[in-house]
Design a protein around this ligand. Structure first.
Ligand SMILES: N[C@@H](CCC(=O)N[C@@H](CS)C(=O)NCC(=O)O)C(=O)O
Length: 303
């Protein structure tokens, strides 16, 4: 594809011209390059472990994973005893998401993925993948954090789907080119910085006169948005991205992210399957509520 308006010398690397047909030839470099593949399906046989609880979560403490562990901890804190769960670690950097057992739970090979082995009404275990689908499934199963009033329910879904559509621009777009790519490309960074700042402004204006995402009630929409945009606002994402994007200026987002971050269940949920940062905040696997006290990496000394 030659383009006379934008000559190849201006491309990156200079002179690069996309071939007629793209071929999977070599790694592009950068974080995650070694696990990226243009095909789906398993790469190896691996049976997933099953613990003692009805809910089996296969995940990692990334923003998409944390949405679900926050929800599970909130359900338990609200007294839903059947929300007890085993959280198993899926190390995506090592390709665990391409094991045959994981692919059976999520054919898309991405965390988080969950099996409900005691579904409502009985019957075969239910597989649930896509973080928003898991949040809705749990909210419906336990009748919690999703308003039944159609107006409020719709507003919850509005923001839940907003998050699912918007975060790829933050993570896959901005985060990738600002932090993970093997070179800094001004055009790409500018394009995604612009979009992420616009998204932060959307949130900031909304949160100016709404306590929570869906209004006066804390819902699964907050649980979905917080791990992405709350972490960015807290300068806890993509190296110096918080300063680069001047996140302090989003005062209403700051108020909201602090308020949500103080919830004990959010603190606990943020520790589950976490494999970086302060060892006392990393609980690689969670099989019992007491694990938060006894099995963090500082206590078991494997940090
Ligand atoms: N839309 C999916 C996105 C899940 C996703 O992108 N997960 C990432 C980690 S945050 C992953 O598993 N990546 C592994 C890979 O791409 O191979 C969801 O919300 O569940």
């Amino acid at each position: 594809m030659t383009d006379t308006k934008f000559p190849p010398e201006k491309n990156l690397p200079a002179g690069y011209v996309p071939p007629k047909v793209w071929k999977w030839e070599s790694e592009s470099g950068g974080a995650f390059a070694s696990i990226n593949r243009p095909i789906a399906g398993p790469t190896h046989e691996k049976v997933l472990p099953i613990g003692k609880h009805p809910l089996q979560l296969y995940s990692l403490g990334t923003p998409n994973g944390v949405k679900v562990t926050i929800m599970l901890e909130e359900l338990l804190a609200a007294g839903h005893k059947d929300a007890e769960y085993d959280a198993w670690l899926i190390t995506i950097g090592k390709g665990d998401q391409f094991g045959s057992g994981f692919v059976e739970v999520n054919p898309n090979s991405k965390i988080p993925a969950m099996m409900d082995r005691a579904p409502k009404g009985g019957g075969e275990p239910v597989r649930v993948f896509e973080s928003a689908s898991i949040l809705v499934y749990l909210a419906e199963k336990f009748g919690a954090f999703l308003p039944s009033d159609l107006r409020l329910r719709t507003e919850t879904f509005n923001w839940l789907f907003w998050q699912m559509g918007s975060a790829p621009f933050l993570g896959g777009g901005f985060g990738h080119f600002y932090s993970y790519a093997p070179m800094k490309i001004e055009y790409a960074i500018n394009r995604y910085a612009m979009e992420v700042k616009r998204q932060m402004d959307v949130l900031d204006r909304h949160l100016a006169d709404h306590e929570f995402m869906a209004g006066s009630e804390y819902t699964i929409a907050d649980m979905a948005v917080w791990p992405w945009y709350g972490r960015l606002a807290a300068k806890d994402a993509y190296d110096d991205a918080g300063d680069f994007l001047s996140v302090d200026e989003y005062r209403n987002v700051q108020r909201w992210r602090k308020q949500i971050g103080e919830r004990p269940a959010v603190k606990r949920g943020s520790m589950v399957n976490r494999t970086s940062g302060d060892p006392s905040t990393q609980l690689h696997e969670r099989h019992d509520a007491s694990d938060f006290e006894t099995k963090t990496q500082d206590k078991i000394g494997k940090a």
